[in-house]
Structures are given as structure tokens and as C-alpha cells.
Design a protein around this ligand. Structure first.
Ligand SMILES: Cc1cc2nc3c(=O)[nH]c(=O)nc-3n(C[C@H](O)[C@H](O)[C@H](O)COP(=O)(O)OP(=O)(O)OC[C@H]3O[C@@H](n4cnc5c(N)ncnc54)[C@H](O)[C@@H]3O)c2cc1C
Length: 131
């Protein structure tokens, strides 16, 4: 790098910008991340709900569904490899009537009635809000 040039300039140090920067740096490129706040990851990336999404709500053949499912798998692999604390709780998507269609995606298992009852009875719950 000369004094006025850099291989890669990433604007924005959220999770996406940092991931892009990390990948370029790992390939030997000189990278600068420009962040307008005082530190990285302080905007949307620090305010999310902490969920590793499965991509089940996107259209089945969309790029969002494909990348989200792939990213989900790779995120769990990464967490395991680098001992990042995480919990894979699983998720029930419930039908409130018997004529509802099940979401159609390869990453979902159909829960049988017993597993739903087991799950519900395992909840340690004293109070709940409903909206
Ligand atoms: C309420 C909420 C809950 C969410 N929950 C989840 C969740 O549970 N799981 C999940 O996977 N995703 C969740 N998301 C989505 C996830 O948080 C975002 O998709 C992700 O953080 C976006 O990262 P980013 O790097 O694109 O954006 P950001 O984190 O916003 O990063 C962009 C960065 O660019 C900087 N920037 C902007 N303009 C400039 C400029 N001109 N010059 C320099 N820097 C600049 C900003 O300061 C910021 O730091 C949630 C989002 C919201 C809003």
C-alpha cells in the first residue's frame, strides 16, 4: 500500500462491514474500515434480538432463504469452533387452526403432537404477556 492507496475500503463497521473486512484481510489484502460512530458495531448490530434466524419466513426459493439457511448453519459451526456461547433452542411455529398450511421448507421438521405437549409442559412459566 502506498500512502494514498489501500486495497479495500469498507464503509460502515457493523456486523456486515466487519465480516467483509475480515474476509478480505484473511486473504492478505490491506483493509481500512471507516466508521462514523465512536466504535464499531454500535448501531443496528448492537441492538438485535440475539436470534440466529432460520430463514423460514422468506419465499422458499429466494436468495434470502438460501443465504439465511446457509448462514444459520455456518454461524452454529463458527460458534462451536471458537467456543462462542450460544443456545440452539429450536422454535415451534404453531398453527391456531387445523386447516393452516405448514410452512414448506427443507430446514423444518414437522413436530408431532407428543413433542408439542412435551415442550409445553417443560416450560417453567409463571406469567406471560399476549399481544
Ligand atoms: C430490532 C431489531 C432486531 C433484530 N434482531 C436480529 C436478530 O435477532 N438476529 C439477526 O440475525 N438479525 C437481527 N436484526 C437484523 C440485524 O441486526 C441487522 O441485519 C444487522 O445488524 C445489520 O448489520 P449492518 O452491518 O448491515 O448494519 P449496521 O450494524 O447498522 O452497521 C452499519 C454501520 O455503518 C455505519 N455508517 C453508516 N453510514 C456511514 C458513513 N457514511 N460513513 C461511515 N460509517 C457509516 C453506521 O454507523 C453503522 O455502524 C435485527 C434488527 C433490528 C432492527
Amino acid at each position: 500500500m502506498s500512502s494514498n492507496f489501500v486495497d479495500v475500503l469498507v464503509i460502515g463497521g457493523g456486523v456486515i462491514g466487519l465480516a467483509i473486512a475480515k474476509n478480505f484481510a484473511a486473504k492478505g489484502h490491506e483493509v481500512i474500515v471507516l466508521e462514523k460512530e465512536n466504535t464499531f458495531g454500535s448501531v443496528t448490530s448492537s441492538r438485535n434480538s440475539g436470534v440466529i434466524h432460520a430463514g423460514v419466513y422468506y419465499d422458499k426459493d429466494s436468495m434470502k432463504a438460501k443465504f439465511c439457511a446457509d448462514g444459520n448453519r455456518r454461524m452454529y459451526e463458527y460458534c462451536q469452533k471458537f467456543n462462542v456461547p450460544h443456545i440452539n433452542t429450536g422454535k415451534f411455529i404453531v398453527a391456531t387452526s387445523s386447516n393452516g398450511n405448514l410452512l414448506s421448507t427443507t430446514s423444518l421438521q414437522v413436530a408431532n403432537e407428543d413433542s408439542i405437549v412435551d415442550f409445553a409442559s417443560s416450560l417453567d412459566c409463571r406469567n406471560a404477556s399476549f399481544s
